[in-house]
Design a protein around this ligand. Structure first.
Ligand SMILES: [Zn+2]
Length: 172
Protein backbone atom coordinates (compact mmCIF):
# COMPACT_ATOMS: atom_id res chain seq x y z
CA UNK A 1 0.00 0.00 0.00
CA UNK A 2 1.31 3.40 -0.89
CA UNK A 3 1.33 5.86 1.99
CA UNK A 4 0.86 9.56 1.46
CA UNK A 5 2.92 11.81 3.67
CA UNK A 6 2.52 15.56 3.73
CA UNK A 7 5.49 17.82 4.26
CA UNK A 8 5.80 21.56 4.60
CA UNK A 9 8.46 24.20 4.90
CA UNK A 10 8.02 26.10 8.11
CA UNK A 11 9.25 29.70 8.11
CA UNK A 12 10.72 31.84 9.53
CA UNK A 13 13.19 32.11 8.01
CA UNK A 14 11.61 31.72 4.59
CA UNK A 15 13.21 28.77 2.80
CA UNK A 16 15.50 29.70 -0.04
CA UNK A 17 15.15 28.04 -3.42
CA UNK A 18 18.43 26.11 -3.06
CA UNK A 19 17.37 24.83 0.35
CA UNK A 20 14.03 23.65 -1.02
CA UNK A 21 15.76 22.02 -3.96
CA UNK A 22 18.03 19.95 -1.70
CA UNK A 23 15.06 18.81 0.36
CA UNK A 24 12.94 18.01 -2.67
CA UNK A 25 15.77 16.04 -4.28
CA UNK A 26 16.15 14.00 -1.10
CA UNK A 27 12.42 13.33 -0.96
CA UNK A 28 12.43 12.22 -4.61
CA UNK A 29 15.31 9.86 -3.89
CA UNK A 30 13.46 8.18 -1.03
CA UNK A 31 10.28 7.79 -3.04
CA UNK A 32 12.28 5.70 -5.53
CA UNK A 33 12.93 3.14 -2.78
CA UNK A 34 10.02 3.44 -0.37
CA UNK A 35 6.33 3.00 -1.01
CA UNK A 36 5.47 6.59 -0.20
CA UNK A 37 4.21 9.69 -1.93
CA UNK A 38 5.18 13.03 -0.46
CA UNK A 39 3.05 16.07 -1.07
CA UNK A 40 4.14 19.65 -0.40
CA UNK A 41 1.57 21.14 1.96
CA UNK A 42 3.47 24.35 2.66
CA UNK A 43 0.43 26.41 1.69
CA UNK A 44 -1.70 24.79 4.39
CA UNK A 45 -2.22 27.59 6.89
CA UNK A 46 -3.02 25.12 9.71
CA UNK A 47 0.63 23.92 9.53
CA UNK A 48 -0.46 20.33 10.10
CA UNK A 49 1.77 18.54 7.59
CA UNK A 50 3.33 15.31 8.89
CA UNK A 51 6.91 16.51 8.35
CA UNK A 52 7.53 20.22 9.04
CA UNK A 53 10.94 21.47 7.99
CA UNK A 54 12.55 24.61 9.34
CA UNK A 55 15.94 26.19 8.61
CA UNK A 56 16.72 27.99 11.86
CA UNK A 57 20.54 28.22 12.05
CA UNK A 58 20.78 28.44 15.84
CA UNK A 59 18.54 25.38 16.39
CA UNK A 60 21.12 22.88 15.13
CA UNK A 61 20.23 19.97 12.84
CA UNK A 62 17.91 17.16 13.84
CA UNK A 63 14.77 15.27 12.89
CA UNK A 64 12.09 13.46 14.82
CA UNK A 65 12.29 9.74 14.06
CA UNK A 66 9.36 8.32 12.10
CA UNK A 67 5.95 8.61 13.71
CA UNK A 68 7.46 10.41 16.71
CA UNK A 69 6.89 13.48 14.54
CA UNK A 70 3.17 13.03 15.19
CA UNK A 71 3.77 13.77 18.88
CA UNK A 72 5.14 17.23 18.12
CA UNK A 73 2.55 20.01 18.24
CA UNK A 74 1.21 21.20 14.90
CA UNK A 75 2.92 24.37 13.83
CA UNK A 76 6.23 23.29 15.35
CA UNK A 77 9.09 21.88 13.31
CA UNK A 78 9.65 18.13 13.21
CA UNK A 79 12.97 18.63 11.41
CA UNK A 80 15.42 21.50 11.53
CA UNK A 81 18.20 21.82 8.97
CA UNK A 82 20.18 24.46 10.81
CA UNK A 83 23.44 23.58 9.07
CA UNK A 84 22.06 24.71 5.71
CA UNK A 85 23.11 28.32 6.01
CA UNK A 86 25.26 28.69 2.91
CA UNK A 87 24.45 27.41 -0.55
CA UNK A 88 26.81 24.46 -1.14
CA UNK A 89 29.52 24.75 -3.75
CA UNK A 90 30.19 22.13 -6.41
CA UNK A 91 32.91 20.68 -4.21
CA UNK A 92 30.83 20.10 -1.08
CA UNK A 93 27.36 19.64 -2.53
CA UNK A 94 27.44 15.85 -2.17
CA UNK A 95 28.42 16.01 1.49
CA UNK A 96 25.73 18.59 2.22
CA UNK A 97 23.17 16.55 0.30
CA UNK A 98 24.13 13.44 2.28
CA UNK A 99 23.30 15.31 5.47
CA UNK A 100 19.85 16.13 4.12
CA UNK A 101 19.35 12.48 3.11
CA UNK A 102 20.44 11.46 6.61
CA UNK A 103 17.80 13.63 8.25
CA UNK A 104 15.08 12.27 5.98
CA UNK A 105 16.25 8.77 6.92
CA UNK A 106 15.31 9.71 10.47
CA UNK A 107 12.02 11.19 9.29
CA UNK A 108 11.21 7.85 7.63
CA UNK A 109 11.97 6.00 10.85
CA UNK A 110 15.60 4.99 10.47
CA UNK A 111 17.90 5.00 13.47
CA UNK A 112 21.65 5.46 13.29
CA UNK A 113 24.00 2.78 12.13
CA UNK A 114 26.31 2.35 15.04
CA UNK A 115 28.88 -0.12 16.23
CA UNK A 116 30.93 0.41 19.38
CA UNK A 117 34.12 -0.35 17.47
CA UNK A 118 33.62 2.68 15.24
CA UNK A 119 35.05 6.08 16.00
CA UNK A 120 34.03 7.57 19.30
CA UNK A 121 30.51 8.89 19.18
CA UNK A 122 30.14 12.54 19.99
CA UNK A 123 26.66 11.97 21.27
CA UNK A 124 26.60 14.83 23.71
CA UNK A 125 26.51 17.36 20.92
CA UNK A 126 24.22 15.28 18.79
CA UNK A 127 20.83 16.74 17.97
CA UNK A 128 21.36 19.26 20.72
CA UNK A 129 18.96 21.71 19.10
CA UNK A 130 15.95 19.71 20.25
CA UNK A 131 15.61 17.85 23.56
CA UNK A 132 13.25 15.24 22.14
CA UNK A 133 15.51 14.45 19.21
CA UNK A 134 18.50 14.41 21.53
CA UNK A 135 16.96 11.67 23.67
CA UNK A 136 15.91 9.66 20.63
CA UNK A 137 19.39 9.73 19.23
CA UNK A 138 21.58 9.15 22.22
CA UNK A 139 20.10 6.37 24.34
CA UNK A 140 21.26 3.36 22.34
CA UNK A 141 24.73 4.22 21.16
CA UNK A 142 27.08 3.94 24.09
CA UNK A 143 27.90 0.24 24.10
CA UNK A 144 25.41 -1.63 21.95
CA UNK A 145 25.63 -1.98 18.17
CA UNK A 146 22.54 -0.70 16.38
CA UNK A 147 21.73 -1.25 12.75
CA UNK A 148 18.94 -1.09 10.26
CA UNK A 149 20.28 -4.37 8.83
CA UNK A 150 21.84 -7.65 10.04
CA UNK A 151 25.15 -6.01 10.79
CA UNK A 152 26.07 -2.35 11.04
CA UNK A 153 26.65 -0.92 7.57
CA UNK A 154 29.88 1.05 7.36
CA UNK A 155 28.63 2.93 4.30
CA UNK A 156 25.13 3.70 5.48
CA UNK A 157 23.79 7.21 5.08
CA UNK A 158 22.61 6.68 8.66
CA UNK A 159 26.10 6.17 10.02
CA UNK A 160 26.93 8.75 12.61
CA UNK A 161 30.26 10.28 11.70
CA UNK A 162 32.08 13.39 12.60
CA UNK A 163 32.28 15.71 9.66
CA UNK A 164 34.43 18.79 9.64
CA UNK A 165 34.22 20.85 6.45
CA UNK A 166 34.72 24.63 6.33
CA UNK A 167 33.70 25.72 9.76
CA UNK A 168 32.78 22.67 11.75
CA UNK A 169 29.68 20.78 12.63
CA UNK A 170 28.66 17.26 13.41
CA UNK A 171 26.42 15.01 11.40
CA UNK A 172 23.38 14.66 13.63
ZN1 LIG B 1 21.23 11.37 12.76
Amino acid sequence: MIQTIYYAFLPPPAPQDWQKELVENAITEYTRHANVILIDASNDTTKSADIRISFVPQNNTWSAIGTDALKIAKGEATMNLGFLTVKPSESNRDQVYDLVLHQFGHAFGLAHEWDPTWAKLKSDSHASGNPRAFLQHTAAYRTEPTSNFWTPDENSIMKFVQYLPEGSFLIP
